[in-house]
Design a protein around this ligand. Sequence first.
Ligand code: XCC
Ligand code: SF4
Length: 672
Amino acid sequence: MADEKKSKELKLADPLEASIDPATQQMIKRAQELGVETVFDRAQNMKPCNIGVQGTCCKNCAMGPCRLPLPKGGIEGEDTRKGLCGATANTIAARNFSRMVAGGAAAHSDHGRGVAEVFLSVARKETDAYHIKDYHKLLSIAPHFGVDITVTVDGEVKDRDMDEIALEVAEKAMNEWGKSDGECLYLQRAPEAMYNRWKELGVLPRNVDREIVEIMHRTHIGVDQDYKNLIKQATRAALADGWVGSMIATDLQDVMFGTPNPVQSEVNLGVMKADHVNLIVHGHEPILSEMIVAACQSKEMIDYAATKGAKGIQLSGICCTANELAQRHGVPIVGNFLQQELAIITGACDAMVVDVQCIFQNLANVAKCFHTKLITTHPIARMEQNNVLHIEFDEHHAMDDAKRIVKLAIDNFENRKSEVMIPSQKENQVVGFGVESIEYNLGGTFRGSYYTLNDNIINGRIRGIAGVVGCNNARTKHNNDHIAVIKELIKNDVIVLTTGCSAIAAGMAGLLTPECASVYCGPGLAEVCETVGIPPVLHMGSCVDNSRILLAATEVVKAGGLGKSIKDIPVAGSAPEWMSEKAISIGHYFVVSGVYTVFGVTLPVDGAPVFRDHLYNELEDLYGGMWDCEPDPIKHAHKMIAHIDKKRKELGIDKARDRVLMDMAARQAIDV
Ligand code: XCC
Ligand code: SF4
């Protein structure tokens, strides 16, 4: 522990200022007592670079880095700032922004490709670890790939062989990453008006990989020097993320692991159990963690755990892997992005298994202070520290790999050294609202449809829909902005769809239960939630599952009465505590899908006001959606509500809401 005790020289975070969550506060304090440094402390000791934060530092060639901060007091007259090559602040900020989109789209899409590859080996019957679990979903997506689900034999239409359908879907899906002509097939799932607009503007992605590569080419020194043209390419790549790479990931995961249905689960550090083997999966891909779920449930492993004196195996998750397992199996969620180190600091984490994305390299340093085995599993994501084990996971011997990992955790149970301290806090939550289950919940078996939702939007009980998603960021108080934004929205009758770490934050604050509706919602939304029995905040899964939000919005358009495109419906998006490049890609595909999208913290565009204006204003004329940034969570929510009201007015349904509210007031007056 000696090397790790350097935190004495560091300024320490104030736990009460660092998070709104008592369990997190308690564990930050615990870490400080033990002399184990965490991200919360590091944030006190390193300030963000004030030029990078403006988006105007260019290091795209070795004549730089060229730094173009905005002068204090802004710029009057001509903006003469330029890099050595002459690149303007707009060009530099737009290049940086586009590269963030490329990074984010690459991460989601590569995940999607991995899922498609596993699905291909299922379809080819090369693996017996994975199967098709949801044939209905397979049949529902096949036509979007242009795959027939029926055959005509002697003039008679018959169901086509499932194996044939699966194989053709798998091949067509794989092709979306690298085909040589045409455009991505899934784009036609978007509302027709929106698809046509994309076509008109020339932004339909051709294939996923190409759009990402083209960003890297265009942002190389001396290529694209027009911020509008750069953003056009960022748009292609972002659409390739949301409507293609991420959407295929979601769909094929549903086909193999099951389409989520609402399920009860628990969330927060208190889900760990002192007398159990605690195995934590962290990262993004359910490919590995699905196998670990199965291994943990096997009699062989449970019996083995008993021989080591453990009462059982407690599997839990962090980040989006957690969301994937929670929505399909009810596996408890230990925490979100900023809690990853804290889970080890409990002293009760026997093994943490990671795959890709959002994994702190510092986990290895923290693990060194405890008995925890930290295991990397993906060939593209390894760690340099020597205490990290690497067990490469392969779908062809998936179950063996999973059992090996679970066994390592069990064997490590008896090695716990320091005193175990698991916070008591945990909340109940209902997770797993897919597009399909929302339809079912709103309409029941016979009238499953989005009409009910539209009716309630039109009659004003529900004011609008918000997607609140994204990460935590150590530059803001952990979970504070997620919860403040969400509470303000539901108080104002806006129903919230959530994914990622935001969804986990909502769960920790008790907002993912139907019962919370009567406590936190405005009267209209509370009434709907109580009637239907749903929470006012719907957990829709992981970050690739933001594609579910796009499709839910599409269903709303299709159900009628609220316009022809997503840009017409009263909807707004938000990422109050974003930090990752993936969030920028997600934000951008929401914007160009017609959604007004507000980010918290900061956006790296302030150093280039003309470029910023393009994102914040000009994009609205092109796509109907636009970017915004508002760090104050209450103002943030009210900007979204103002946009929702603007859309209600454009649809001519603003008066309906006045009436509903008047009815409520009148009713209350009578009650008194
Ligand atoms: Fe990562 Fe998806 Fe962000 Fe959470 S929300 S910090 S990206 S795990 Ni997507
Ligand atoms: Fe500077 Fe231009 Fe090189 Fe960027 S590309 S570092 S602005 S010279």
